[in-house]
Design a protein around this ligand. Structure first.
Ligand SMILES: [Zn+2]
Length: 238
């Protein structure tokens, strides 16, 4: 089956003398792994289009094997500014890695592709410390694992106690009485709420502070917790 789709190259591996295996998150076919034959030869028509983070319009062939075959590629965006800045490049590679970890092969969910192209476009224009945590939190929420931020996840009858901590294992915030997990300031809690309510722009423009660092730490911990749990359940199934 021949098909055409847009995607972002998440990573590439060398294969043999001249080929690459690529992982792409696509608009209509979820995460796809494919062979780009001859793409390491300078005269190949694929050369110059197949590299991590490249936004491409692809022609692909799907046979019976696990890997599809790239038969054509045209660059849509190469994010020139982002590539010249090591901080932004590092953030962009982490976004791609997160999408690779969380998106299933050959699904049909367009949202991770849309989120990633949106984040790369933004990152190409300006850098924000909050872009990565906001992205991870929204991706978790999209997968149905949004944290509970409204009230204490542990107890009942503690509605009046202030929220003081965040516990990834419980999936949300905890109050002064049931304090568990990592300490959380009021400012950081407010930022987490803004992101999960979709008001990301209000957070992206904030100057770095102890609150923004706290949000980054909490979200990273939450991400690791969920990914680890998923990897372990994959082991059990395997
Ligand atoms: Zn409580």
């Amino acid at each position: 089956m021949q098909y055409r789709d847009r995607g972002v190259v998440l990573r590439t591996f060398k294969l043999g003398e001249a080929d690459r295996i690529i992982t792409i998150v696509t608009s209509e076919h979820g995460k796809v792994r494919a062979v780009a034959k001859g793409s390491r030869r300078t005269r190949s028509k694929l050369a110059g289009h197949i590299e991590p983070l490249r936004h491409v319009d692809l022609q692909l062939y799907r046979g019976r094997g696990e890997l599809d075959i790239v038969t054509g590629a045209v660059t849509l965006d190469r994010w020139p500014t982002l590539r010249c800045d090591l901080d932004r490049l590092g953030t962009a590679m982490t976004l791609a890695e997160a999408v690779d970890q969380s998106v299933h092969d050959r699904g049909d969910d367009p949202v991770p592709y849309q989120m990633l192209t949106g984040a790369l476009r933004r990152l190409d224009q300006s850098h924000s410390e909050m872009l990565l945590p906001a992205f991870l939190l929204r991706l978790l929420a999209h997968e149905g694992t949004a944290p509970m931020l409204e009230g204490c996840v542990v107890g009942t009858g503690c509605e009046d106690a202030p929220i003081v901590a965040f516990d990834p294992a419980q999936g949300g915030v905890t109050c002064e009485v049931h304090r568990r997990g990592r300490q959380l300031s009021g400012g950081a809690l407010e930022m987490l709420r803004l992101i999960t309510e979709g008001r990301v722009n209000a957070v992206l423009d904030l100057e770095p502070s102890s609150d923004t660092h706290e949000v980054a730490a909490v979200v990273t911990r939450m991400w690791e917790y969920h990914m680890e749990k998923r990897l372990r359940s994959a082991d059990l199934l395997g």
